[in-house]
Design a protein around this ligand. Structure first.
Ligand SMILES: Nc1ncnc2c1ncn2[C@@H]1O[C@H](COP(=O)(O)OP(=O)(O)OP(=O)(O)O)[C@@H](O)[C@H]1O
Ligand SMILES: [Mg+2]
Length: 217
């Protein structure tokens, strides 16, 4: 495994109300970690902080690769991705939505086409690539968000309630996508869910966020 994450004693408050109160966690093996906890317990905050999208007030977030501590720079940020439950889509086709991250990285057209097509097939949207992204159903939109994140090959993927607001069929497809990623073994996934059975189906390790701290049940 190339990217390791160790966070220690993270504290974060909003307007004086503490949310994270000494959360520590370390992912020392590739795999899937499922974070559970009550509404408002701080799961999404925790993911944003870990994904370096928001600073914490105290504590340390350390990404390591081959024993070296990595600076929190653009290079590291490109290896990390957070997918939110309600993703914002760009007002263009499904294909272009997924291609965007590759275009801004300057990949050649043929390489972009191959990777986007492969990724759309991977999430079961190959037949929808010409459709306007804004017309997709919620379940399809959720999968588009995952495709858009995966196309850039992140090594650390944070999924905030990846199967919220979708029906059973789409939940199954999303779970299958996550399990296929796990089989490929190149990505560490930290996901949040309110569904205990889903956490058990997907995760190698279950984590609970309670009173601002992470516990392993
Ligand atoms: N930007 C913000 N400004 C002020 N308060 C915030 C902000 N973001 C989160 N909070 C507060 O922090 C607490 C934790 O929110 P967070 O979204 O992390 O919880 P969660 O565990 O993801 O909840 P849910 O299960 O409902 O998604 C909540 O009380 C929320 O209102
Ligand atoms: Mg949340």
């Amino acid at each position: 495994m190339s990217l390791l994450l160790k966070i220690s004693d993270i504290r974060k408050a909003y307007n004086g109300s503490p949310v994270l109160q000494g959360a520590s966690f370390s992912c020392d093996e590739n795999g899937i970690y499922a974070l559970m906890g009550d509404n408002g317990s701080g799961k999404s905050t925790f993911l944003r902080v870990c994904a370096l999208l928001e600073p914490c007030d105290q504590g340390e977030i350390v990404y390591l690769s081959h024993g070296l501590i990595l600076p929190h720079d653009i290079e590291l940020r490109r290896r990390i991705t957070l997918v939110l439950p309600k993703i914002g889509v760009f007002n263009t086709t499904v294909f272009n939505n997924v291609a965007y991250g590759l275009k801004i990285r300057g990949l050649e057209r043929a390489a972009i086409r191959d990777r986007v097509n492969r990724m759309l097939d991977f999430v079961g949207l190959g037949h929808k690539k010409k459709q306007a992204a804004l017309t997709l159903s919620s379940g399809e939109t959720q999968r588009l968000g995952i495709a858009r994140a995966l196309v850039i090959n992140p090594e650390m993927l944070f999924l905030d309630e990846p199967a919220a607001f979708v029906d059973v069929r789409n939940r199954e497809i999303i779970e299958e996508i996550i399990l296929n990623l796990k089989k490929e073994g190149r990505t560490t996934i930290i996901l949040t869910t309110h569904n205990r059975q889903q956490a058990e189906r997907l995760a190698d390790r279950l984590l609970i966020l309670m009173k601002g701290r992470i516990t392993i049940p």
